[in-house]
Ligand binder design. Sequence first.
Ligand code: GTP
Ligand code: MG
Length: 347
Amino acid sequence: MLFSAYIRKMFKLSYVPTSQELIDKAFRRGSKRAKAMKARKYLPRDQKLEKAEESRISSVKDITSGTLREIVREFPSYEKLPGFYRRLLDLKIGKDDYKRTLASLEWCSKQIDKLSKESLQKLKNVAKEKKRHGEIRKISKAFLGRVSSLLKRISKDMEKLREIKSLLEEFPYISEDFTIVVAGYPNVGKSSFVRSLTKSKLEVANYPFTTKQILVGRAKLNSRKIQLIDTPGILDREMSRRNKIELEAILAIEELANVILFLIDPFSSLDSQLNLLKEILENFSARVGVAINKIDLLQDSAIEDLKKKLEKELKPYLATKRVIFIEKISAIREEDAKNLIKKILDF
Ligand SMILES: Nc1nc2c(ncn2[C@@H]2O[C@H](COP(=O)(O)OP(=O)(O)OP(=O)(O)O)[C@@H](O)[C@H]2O)c(=O)[nH]1
Ligand SMILES: [Mg+2]
């Protein structure tokens, strides 16, 4: 049994240009179209300028407002997102920022639509008059000027959206398969455990908060698909004091876990780890498998002492099967990791 690497992402979004890029592209296209119109032989000479500026305005509008609208349509609607993604977006991006940014682009595209309608109408009106060339140029120029300043007005939002896009594209794809969430204090060996079961090179290091976001691995075991989630470490402290990295782990526990695999590090405070474990047991509903990790570094007697202590502390939870086992492993040993997964699936 091997878990596959973490490639699949939830969102793939098209390129988001900067305001200036959009202005440049639209104006270039506008010029091209205007020139092409002027080159047309069949048009009466006195209509050429009007038609040329008309097509300049239309194509600048199509590109600017059209691109903005496409972008807004392509980004996921916050309200329609499944619960986990909605909360992840709120955590990593902020729901209000997200909505405000998209609304600003939408506003801009509507303004450009309105402006182009007015400008085209003005063109038609002056086209009836004599000596109108100067007027026609003026109308077209004014339109371009206003489109450009509208787009410059939203340039911060365009930048923001470019950042949002890269954050969204990091969101992992989560399936409906049976899900084991590996959780615990920082530095207990969660990533080492997940790494032992995967082909990928997860980052593992001997300092807390090495893992900064959740990572997903998949495997098939006896035709049963399972999903394994590595999470950042969580400290034993008030929910309101936890940082975004910790909250992402909490989110995975709360929204995704069918079973939580809670790893315990014998070399850091047992009290803190037990507090965290009890908090999880009290607040979330998934069953929990507990594993003492890093046993390759401990003497058997020390491991047994620790296990007894845990059994005593978790007695009520063991009795109700909220805690399904207390095991001892070394996460860096593939065999141990595999056996533990089997134990969870057999339960
Ligand atoms: N000897 C030994 N070292 C281990 C074992 N499991 C993890 N380690 C080491 O413990 C350190 C932390 O391991 P990680 O897997 O990064 O721990 P983590 O829980 O993912 O840490 P965060 O992502 O920071 O929360 C690393 O130096 C690992 O090599 C184990 O079973 N035996
Ligand atoms: Mg880690």
